[in-house]
Write a protein that binds this ligand. Sequence first.
Ligand SMILES: *[C@@H]1O[C@H](CO)[C@@H](O)[C@H](O)[C@H]1NC(C)=O
Ligand SMILES: *[C@@H]1O[C@H](CO)[C@@H](O)[C@H](O)[C@H]1NC(C)=O
Ligand SMILES: *[C@@H]1O[C@H](CO)[C@@H](O)[C@H](O)[C@H]1NC(C)=O
Ligand SMILES: *[C@@H]1O[C@H](CO)[C@@H](O)[C@H](O)[C@H]1NC(C)=O
Length: 338
Amino acid sequence: MTFAIKLLLFVPMVVKNEGQEIIVTSVNNLASYSLVTQIPSGSVPASLAIDGDKFSCSRTKGSSVTFQVDLMEASIVTGILLTFGSCPPTHYGHLCSRSCPKNCKGPCDLESGSCIFGCINGWTGNTCARACNSGRHGENCVEECSANCIIPQCNHETGECINGCKDGWQGLNCIQKCPTGQFGKNCSEFCEGCLSRMCSNVDGLCENTTACNPGYIYEEYCNKTCDMWHFGKNCTKNCYCLRGPCNVFTGDCPSGGCKNGWQGESCDEVSTKSGSVAAADNSVISTQIGLFIGGFLLGALTMLATYLLVIIKRKLRTKQGMKFCLYINIEIASQKYF
Ligand SMILES: *[C@@H]1O[C@H](CO)[C@@H](O)[C@H](O)[C@H]1NC(C)=O
Ligand SMILES: *[C@@H]1O[C@H](CO)[C@@H](O)[C@H](O)[C@H]1NC(C)=O
Ligand SMILES: *[C@@H]1O[C@H](CO)[C@@H](O)[C@H](O)[C@H]1NC(C)=O
Ligand SMILES: *[C@@H]1O[C@H](CO)[C@@H](O)[C@H](O)[C@H]1NC(C)=O
């Protein structure tokens, strides 16, 4: 079922405040051959509301304003979109011709241009033109730079430490502790020698300082590996490999067997066959690494408009003192009904 419509009537009951202007503009394709009337009329022609330019608005004021669009001929209205708002969120001033300050969070005051909803992170002041003071960042500049910044200064918007992180910390804001087994500047050092690789994130001091992993001399950082020809816990074992020293961590000898009188993978056992190189010891040892559709009764449209107006009224209460634009967009089928 479709309905032809010739006249749209809107009564913006929202305008209750004497003296406050209502600005009316259309978004785009409100039929340009239509006639628009507003009662009472305002300081600029009502036709500015339907010229398709969002930045040109009609203006009127009064406790009761009637807004009427005569489509000139009965037409099939395929969609109607009413948007109440202020200027586009980025603009303010006469006919919304001025840009809001770039660091406003959301729309700015329609008259003064001040940032009524605050600033984006890192900025402060009425027009959000002032960066946070040194040492602070974030929303309303209330956050302090991380205590883990090398110097107590950080990017006022992001909080990124200016000169990097103190030892033991990483991430832009230096709030991530080094992962287990890592420590120091940028967490670039490793405490492989500590038991379970547990050490201080700052300087690498082992959590358990009574012992180290095999291949390290026992002391509190476990960062000194065994001298050549030594291996095992606290480097207490010797390896008597024939072709070079053993791996200090595993004790494995390079292939080639053991020196005379020794046997085992680490050549640390006294040979049972004295005087000869044990054949068993010649075994190779490996190493590892590892979006309104058409036909509505006028009544329905009026109800909708009223509904929207009521919603806007509520919004307006929260933005007291703000002027507002009414964006009207009526879609009309390309073929006329008559
Ligand atoms: C730490 O990381 C920063 C950023 O990745 C880099 O500029 C700096 O050279 C690094 N410092 C060290 C000691 O690795
Ligand atoms: C430290 O390591 C030693 C040797 O593995 C262990 O006996 C001891 O319980 C550990 N101490 C702590 C506090 O974990
Ligand atoms: C072991 O750690 C200590 C303490 O950080 C450091 O002074 C020393 O140079 C390190 N030794 C080696 C061999 O890395
Ligand atoms: C580890 O070895 C060193 C000598 O290499 C020695 O002085 C120290 O007492 C040893 N520590 C333990 C717990 O065996």
